[in-house]
Design a protein around this ligand. Structure first.
Ligand SMILES: NC(=O)c1ccc[n+]([C@@H]2O[C@H](COP(=O)([O-])OP(=O)(O)OC[C@H]3O[C@@H](n4cnc5c(N)ncnc54)[C@H](O)[C@@H]3O)[C@@H](O)[C@H]2O)c1
Length: 382
């Protein structure tokens, strides 16, 4: 059965304002690099968010990024049902790349990060992101205990991509049940973009269920996976615009734009890639075209749900997996709510975040919020 696509209110207006509770910008005394930590919200509990290490044209671009990413983490944690807020760290490198920072230099860089994290007194808990790994989390551990996702051999929950993939498969099941209740996955066509840590696991799962698969990756080494799954290998653009039932983006963000949405030939988009929409208003275009888009903030939360369960709540792996599977139920709830109210899943998800934040008894600490105007007016060097 196909769910109806009712008239809707625009989603763009639903975005939360881009302000943060606390932001610290430090010049690392060992590395000389700029470390920026944004704690967007602790209303539901200590803020969670990864550490991104990369080059920015200027540290102020890093500040813009960290504010945007920490706000997205507040949404992600709230939608995951966690009693946590959102935060993020950006290390804005001076022209070098993360891979240039090895050995003792990397230890110095991460010691600088740990010092800033420690200054939040437990209100912010760091984890890996682009440019950092579980091994880096083990290095951070010597400077602060407010760290998730160290390797399992070092006492952490390790690589988050397996639970992230489990969350994606639960979300795919929820979307398929919403659109085609009772239909077996083997009767549906999927186009999977990105066959890395998450995509390879999702592809294995789809292939094992007999789904018809089209796949793509910019790295030709992943073609072997296509052969193993008897999948059709196409370019990333072809995979996005392929006539299928579900597109599953597990590569990069920003792929859903007014241009690409106008050309989509699928009924649903559900995948792990962060920030799939170029702008919130693109959710309205998807809705107008009758394409169900599952918000990536819900779909890709398996990693944080599992690491919080195992490292902060002492849960077993089995219990952590049970909680990750809850992504399917939460997504189903958001899709049903959007349908009933005639709005987009993005709007329904953001309303849910607002309700959780409003109903929480948490008090925002005092002090000025740092947002775009201050960032734009900031000096050249921190
Ligand atoms: N790993 C996690 O726990 C996690 C958690 C939340 C969100 N995500 C998001 O999910 C996505 C996948 O994560 P991952 O850990 O598998 O990353 P990954 O780096 O292991 O894999 C990404 C894959 O995408 C391919 N790729 C890159 N650009 C591409 C393009 N333009 N078109 C097609 N393929 C392209 C790469 O070659 C690589 O094989 C990312 O957007 C990531 O931010 C991952």
């Amino acid at each position: 059965m196909t769910a109806p696509v009712p008239a809707h209110r625009p989603a763009a207006a639903a975005a939360r304002p881009l302000t943060a509770e606390r932001v610290r910008i430090e010049r690392g005394r060992r590395s000389g690099q700029t470390v920026i930590v944004s704690v967007d919200s602790t209303r539901l509990g200590p803020a969670l968010g990864g550490c991104r290490v990369k080059t920015y044209p200027s540290w102020r671009d890093g500040l813009d990024d960290v504010l945007r990413l920490s706000a997205a983490m507040t949404e992600k944690a709230a939608l995951a049902g966690l009693d946590h807020g959102g935060g993020k760290t950006v290390v804005a490198l001076d022209g070098s790349t993360s891979a240039d920072w090895t050995g003792a230099r990397r230890a110095d860089l991460l010691a600088d990060v740990a010092e800033v994290v420690e200054g939040f007194g437990g209100d912010y808990i760091i984890g890996p992101d682009i440019g950092t790994s579980p091994e880096d989390m083990a290095l951070l551990w010597s400077g602060t205990r407010h760290v998730l996702c160290r390797p399992e051999s070092a006492g952490g929950s390790g690589d988050s991509s397996i639970p992230t993939a489990l969350g994606v498969t639960s979300a795919i099941e929820a979307v398929c049940a919403h659109l085609w209740a009772g239909r077996d996955l083997s009767t549906l066509r999927f186009s999977l973009i990105g066959l890395g840590h998450v995509g390879a696991v999702v592809g294995d799962w789809l292939a094992a269920r007999g789904a018809e698969l089209t796949v793509s990756d910019i790295d030709p080494r992943h073609r072997a996976l296509a052969e193993r799954w008897r999948a059709t290998w196409v370019t990333p653009r072809e995979a996005l615009l392929r006539e299928v039932d579900v597109v599953v983006p597990c590569a990069v963000g920003g792929i859903l734009t007014p241009d690409s949405v106008a050309r989509l030939r699928c009924r649903a988009v559900v995948g792990a890639a962060n920030n799939q929409l170029d702008h919130a208003s693109t959710a309205d275009l998807l809705h107008e075209r009758g394409v169900l888009w599952a918000p990536d903030t819900i779909v890709s939360a398996g990693g944080i749900i599992a690491s919080v369960a195992r490292e902060l709540h002492g849960a077993t792996r089995v219990e952590a997996e049970r909680r990750v599977r809850g992504i399917g139920d939460r997504l189903a709830g958001v899709l049903a709510d959007a349908n009933t109210r005639g709005t987009t899943p993005l709007r329904a998800a953001r309303d849910l975040v607002d309700r959780r934040l409003r109903n929480s008894s948490g008090e925002r600490p005092g002090g000025p919020a740092v947002g775009w105007p201050q960032a734009a007016a900031a000096p050249d060097r921190p």
